[in-house]
Design a protein around this ligand. Structure first.
Ligand code: ARG
Length: 464
């Protein structure tokens, strides 16, 4: 009979027992569950609710169980329903009535959410570490290739030349915002619900500040009903994971494009590629594709929990048991995807010549030629039309703007002089974009200072 079996005459049917059990998922929270119980027992003893002797037995018993689980010497029994019942039942088997006093002033409703909050904090910390490692990989490649020019795109059409380093650093900032979202999710998880009991608090004189300190939470929750019903912090974590997977997916897409024959901007290392079982020549960017694909399941984890929570009345409802599997999946998927992406970026070979060759196509100097005329007094709209004409001429001749002679330019406007060559040189075009946050080498050097500052701040936050 289950620990709650007193008012029942029959046990639960075998199949429904398994259907209702969360043990296969929440057994992974054994360490959190045991930590929560040890803190609770310590506080019960400090408040004189249980004896010091019972507390010592409980603490030693729980430590023994922890040890056995970690050593692989613990067999979980699905009849225990969840990790809370499994640990408590085993404790009582081991130490007798002292074990049966552990649940004084506590419910599985505040217990499960205490464990889940501890788990969420740990998952956030793991993801944040992976996030910093990935950003290091991006920055290292950016720093290693400071002057490489590549085509910048809008609508997947050549737009204006940019520095490859600037392109990589764009991703750095995306992942930096993900880090901030994870910090928020971590802060949301950082509240101690223990002491809320089933839904209403309890008649025992619990010291919630003490368990808050013992478990390393920032503060106790303020409302017992909200405390046992709240899964928002998991949604915050799921959302942070979903956005970060979206960023990874975008980067993966570029990596895939860049390693095509058509682009050939990069070559992936063999250790981040696969072959084909039939075509001997193939080298496929499987892992980038997999990362792109895995974004789907992480979005699914977010939507699944949103949907589970929708329409739930206060306070605890069993529906909420569905909360943990998705968030664990989202977090692990993201950690693995970031690790894979960091390695893929770090080991990729960059082909500056291919990028430059591509950048020469598509008349990417056009804006700068228009700016050249505008700076000499022509209204920008008119300059745009003049250069549009020149581009049309190039298209007809099958050449590029820098193949035109000064006479060709002068035919469209006599503002053109010898110095027009400056507006046609791709590295010069890039370097002229000195606006704060722009792609010019000097602006990117300034940006790198912000990048370093951001990385150090985030690393400091991680080790705090
Ligand atoms: N296994 C449950 C869960 O994961 C624990 C809380 C159950 N509480 C209850 N009253 N049935 O949500």
């Amino acid at each position: 009979m289950a620990l709650w079996g007193g008012r029942f005459e029959e046990g639960v049917d075998d199949f429904t027992q398994r259907f209702g059990a969360s043990l296969p998922v929440d057994k992974h929270m054994y360490a959190e569950d045991i930590a929560g119980s040890r803190a609770h027992a310590k506080m019960l003893a400090a408040q004189g609710i249980i004896s010091a002797e019972d507390q010592q037995k409980i603490d030693a018993g729980l430590e023994g169980i922890l040890h056995d689980i970690e050593a692989g010497n613990f067999t979980f029994d699905i009849n225990d329903e969840d990790i809370h019942m499994a640990v408590e039942a085993e404790l009582t088997r081991r130490i007798g009535s002292a074990g049966a006093r552990l649940h004084t002033g506590r419910s599985r409703n505040d217990q499960v959410i205490t464990d889940t909050r501890l788990l969420a904090k740990e998952l956030c910390a793991q993801i944040m570490k992976g996030n910093v490692a990935l950003r290091h990989a991006l920055v290292d490649q950016a720093v290693a290739h400071p002057h490489v020019v590549m085509p910048g795109y809008t609508h997947m059409q050549h737009a204006q030349p940019v520095l490859f380093s600037h392109h990589l650093l764009a991703y750095f900032w995306m992942f930096s915002r993900d880090f901030a979202r994870l910090q928020f999710a971590l802060d949301q998880a950082d509240e101690n619900p223990l002491g809320s009991a089933a839904l209403a608090g309890t008649t025992y004189p619990l010291d919630r500040q003490m368990t808050t300190r013992e478990l390393g939470f920032a503060r106790p929750t303020a409302n017992s009903l909200d405390a046992v019903s709240n899964r928002d912090f998991l949604l915050d974590l799921d959302y942070a994971c979903a956005v970060s997977m979206m960023h990874l997916s975008r980067l993966a897409e570029e990596v895939i494009l860049w390693s095509t024959q058509e682009f050939a901007f990069i070559t992936l290392s063999d250790s981040y590629s696969t072959g084909s079982s039939i075509m001997p020549q193939k080298k496929n960017p499987d892992f980038a594709e997999l990362i792109r694909g895995k974004s789907g399941r992480v979005y699914g984890d977010l939507v699944a929990l949103l949907t589970t929570m929708k329409g739930l009345p206060l306070a605890y409802n069993k529906d909420m048991q569905e909360d943990k599997e998705g968030v664990i999946d989202a977090a692990h998927t993201l950690v693995d995807s970031m690790r894979c992406m960091a390695g893929m970026i770090a080991t990729a070979t960059i082909h500056p010549d291919a990028m430059m060759e591509s950048a020469r196509k598509g008349h990417m100097a056009a804006t700068d030629v228009a700016d050249y005329l505008a700076k000499k007094g022509m209204p920008f709209r008119d300059a745009h039309a003049v250069v549009g004409h020149l581009v049309l001429e190039c298209e007809k001749r099958g050449c590029s703007l820098d193949d035109l002679t000064l006479a060709d330019f002068k035919k469209e406007s006599d503002l053109f002089e010898d110095d027009i060559t400056g507006a046609l040189d791709l590295p010069a075009i890039v370097d002229a974009r000195t606006t704060e946050g722009g792609t010019g080498a000097s602006a990117v050097a300034e940006q790198l200072k912000k990048v370093e500052a951001r990385l150090s701040a985030d690393e400091a936050a991680l080790s705090a």
